[in-house]
Design a protein around this ligand. Structure first.
Ligand SMILES: NC(=O)c1ccc[n+]([C@@H]2O[C@H](COP(=O)([O-])OP(=O)(O)OC[C@H]3O[C@@H](n4cnc5c(N)ncnc54)[C@H](OP(=O)(O)O)[C@@H]3O)[C@@H](O)[C@H]2O)c1
Length: 329
């Protein structure tokens, strides 16, 4: 019998282990056009916190008591579809479970790039695409720009750092703690801010970017966003990707420097990665080239076993990951 995690209760603030429950899935028969997948790798992502609230958003909330969804990579073990064979490795959205039965139309064979399968949940998958298109399309970053990126040791942020360096930009990252900051520096960042140190981000950014920043890639919101506003140059562009600082608290962000938008003609744009899914080929081609050239480094933080899904998910909010947070089934 397949097993899956379900949401038992909608979390208030930081989710608790008691908000999750394991359920059995009865999926013994395979319908026409369906495939059965033994999941090998499961993704936990910050956006899943939003799906735990019963509010209208760009993705529907998780239904209480039912199997949760999320990115997953697995091996096809049974197929009722001519295009998908037993043994194929595929990417799909029926995660949070050890075995999935889904229509073949909802799975994607892994692109032919020389990386391990789990990379398609991270740097070569949704988070990587988010960093890539957020930087180059949403923020319109170009060679010569000074880019500031928060959560720079995470899945999206570490991609932004490396793509920006590969494209000739100066990069300042921010991350929590000396070890993560050293890793971000090893990716090529010109300067790294430890936002957990005693120095306020606004002061540290002023020291790291004495000539100001042209681009801010926001993964965090709050104090980071305000510091970026404080040091934004004329015509700076902000790509607002995420605001993990407020996902659990829901607190209003105080922005002391917001009015700098006006005089400095700063552009702020939010985006969702799905806006760029139709450009996946372009992403694989360019990232594939950087991979082949040895420009991209990748790191994963791996939890072992389906039982550890809630731990892995909760770890995203306490900095438990360097690079992409994954669960190996
Ligand atoms: N718009 C989109 O389509 C899209 C798509 C994917 C992701 N996102 C967003 O992008 C951001 C990064 O996602 P990801 O998947 O790459 O996650 P991630 O960065 O791999 O993991 C989350 C990291 O955020 C940092 N963090 C947690 N709470 C924080 C806080 N209060 N202040 C500062 N940093 C904090 C932690 O690193 P430290 O140890 O450094 O604190 C943690 O490791 C999230 O906001 C996510 O929602 C948006």
């Amino acid at each position: 019998m397949a097993r899956a995690w379900s949401l038992k209760a909608r979390p208030q603030g930081m989710p608790k282990h008691t908000d999750f429950a394991m359920i059995d899935l009865d999926q013994s028969t395979l319908g026409a056009g369906e495939v059965r997948i033994a999941n090998r790798w499961l993704s936990v992502d910050p956006y899943m916190r939003g799906r735990m609230n019963d509010v209208k958003s760009y993705v529907p909330p998780f239904a209480l008591g039912e199997a949760m969804q999320g990115g997953a990579v697995g091996e096809v073990v049974e197929s009722n579809d001519d295009g998908i064979k037993v043994g194929d490795m595929v990417l799909h959205m029926a995660g949070w479970r050890d075995e999935a039965v889904v229509p073949a139309a909802q799975v994607q064979k892994l692109p032919a790039l020389d990386v391990p399968a789990q990379a398609f949940l991270g740097q070569l998958g949704m988070p990587g695409m988010t960093g890539y298109f957020g930087l180059l399309q949403v923020a319109e970053a170009k060679a010569g720009d000074t880019v500031f990126v928060s959560a720079a040791a995470g899945a999206v942020g570490s991609t932004v750092v490396q793509v920006a360096k590969a494209k000739g930009m100066t990069v300042i990252g921010s991350a929590g703690g000396a070890e993560k900051c050293a890793w971000v520096k090893s990716l090529g960042a010109d300067a790294v801010i430890d936002y957990k140190s005693d120095v306020p981000v606004v002061k540290a950014l002023g020291q790291a970017a004495p000539k100001g920043i042209d681009v801010y890639f926001d993964n965090v919101g709050g104090e980071h966003l305000d510091a970026a506003l404080a040091h934004a140059n004329m015509h700076a562009r902000f790509a607002v990707c995420g605001m993990i600082d407020v996902y659990n608290s829901g607190a209003a962000t105080q922005l002391k420097y917001l009015a700098r938008l006006i005089g400095n003609r700063i552009q702020i744009r939010g985006f969702i990665v799905s806006d760029y899914m139709n450009r996946a080929e372009e992403f694989y081609k360019d990232m594939g080239g950087m991979l082949a050239a040895g420009t991209l480094k990748r790191q994963e933080t791996v939890h072992e076993g389906l039982e550890t899904m809630p731990d892995a998910f909760l770890g995203l909010f306490s900095g438990g990951n360097t690079g992409k947070m994954l669960v190996k089934v």
